[in-house]
Ligand binder design. Sequence first.
Ligand SMILES: [Zn+2]
Length: 286
Amino acid sequence: MNVVKRAMQLVLVLLVGLVAACGGEQVGVGQANSLPAVAVAPTPESPAAVVQPVQVPAPAVLEQGSEPAPVESQAVARRLVMLDPGHQRHGNNAPEAVGPDTRETKPKVSSGTVGVRTKKPEYVLNLEVSQLIKAELMKRGIEVAMTRESHEVDISNKQRADMANEASAALAVRIHADGDSSPKTSGFSVLYPSASVASLKPIAADSRQAAGFIAEQLKAVTGTPGRGLSARSDLSGFNWSKVPVVLVELGFMTNPEEDERLSEAEYQQKLAVGIADGLEQFLSAR
Ligand SMILES: [Zn+2]
């Protein structure tokens, strides 16, 4: 008799523990999706591990590294980074409000600049480097989502911001390359939303911190000072954002030497590692 009673009590305790665990998984898509990475050995101390069928459906947009994240980076692994490879094959000139606080409009999305020597369109370079950043982040157990993985899309800059907002991204990172009328202008830069825009006040400080980390790491991996940080109030992709956001200008495609360098596999990998290092630093500081 007593044994049966004991057993039932144990089952009850297990069930209560299970319910508590389920409740905890409902907060934020980023957390929900990182479940599969946490491989828990079935020990007496972790009854939840025995009951494996508890699964939270993951949104299709989210992706997760196939390798389990190292234990020390679990906190980082629970944060989602939204990567936005700038532009697309065909621009869309339909007007779109530059932000919630203004009637000013800009084209929904342009097709970007072109490599003066490589003739490569910017949207191609942006996706190439974004894929390397994605791989680098996944290797580190950091969750990544991307606004696009194809050139054949039609996503406005506001819609790209909305995607990061809806995913509750810890940070949105827009990847672009620069153009200038002078072929001599060169160097990377990191843009962040200006605190002078009322709607951007809540995200300005965090965004600036992320921009600073990324710029420092890019300096380290490229061995060049770059052009530093720039606060912007005129970018639709910033003004509609409710999550911290930065825009990395990888370099100038209108500078012949830099244009070529930007397409070298080794240099692209350096840029990806530098950006991932800065992101990791930002996420660890949360
Ligand atoms: Zn661009």
